[in-house]
Design a protein around this ligand. Sequence first.
Ligand code: ADP
Length: 273
Amino acid sequence: MADSAKEVTAVSETQAAPYYLSTGNEEALFEHAWQHQLPVLIKGPTGCGKTRFIRYMAEKLGRPLYTVACHDDLTAADLVGRHLIGEGSTYWVDGPLTRAVREGGICYLDEVVEARKDTTVVLHPLSDDRRILPIERTGETLEASPDFMLVVSYNPGYQNLLKGMKPSTRQRFVSMRFSYPGPKKEQAIILAETGITEHRAKQLVSLANALRALKDHDLEESASTRLLVYTATLIKGGFDPVEACRAALVEPLTDDEETVNALMEVVYATFGR
Ligand code: ADP
């Protein structure tokens, strides 16, 4: 594939601050890290609020946000930039990391352990006190703007050992561990996001916690806050709660029919058959 055809999901987001409900001291910690130019690593299961938190903090701190969804084809050039060909000559285009470094933005690498190993080469000098980005292809070495911040996230739950983060890389970051919000907060989030009734929100949260407590099923992931929001959206739209749970809470968790049936038993215990 030609370099220019490769796509990086990089989004510079500058819209109004999204709704975010704090679950601890994460806002203060993140703000301190930003003020002191420390990179941040956020660990936590899928759908527990990591991305929402970073969008909220970027807005709060007034910094542009560049989000990159990492995947196993992602190379250093996807982050740093590349030469493109146009009208007979080549020109340089900054990648999302370079833009954040120049503009004093926040570069958020979601699921960073998915990225190819050569990306760590560019992240290392940016994540210690040098805060530089050497751009091999142009011969430039950029000093990061004082407002630049590197944020990475990953889900330690389902990484295999090979894909876990190298300790030497992990040690470069201030680390924050996210998990699903406690019941009261999770209810408040579902209410705020969907406008469902309080009674339904409460039922959904207790159902999710019952599903999360199941240990004897080989689920890679648990019922997330995101899935609860999806389920509540369907219920709010008029769907029968049991069908909404099947479609938005249970089927997304597994392809195994027996496991679906077992999880549905927990749903019936909450909503009836
Ligand atoms: P992650 O990045 O951890 O996979 P997201 O940040 O995309 O998860 O969160 C998924 C959804 O859950 C959000 O779109 C939002 O609706 C909801 N959510 C989770 N935690 C919170 C929170 N603390 N405040 C507001 N919404 C939240």
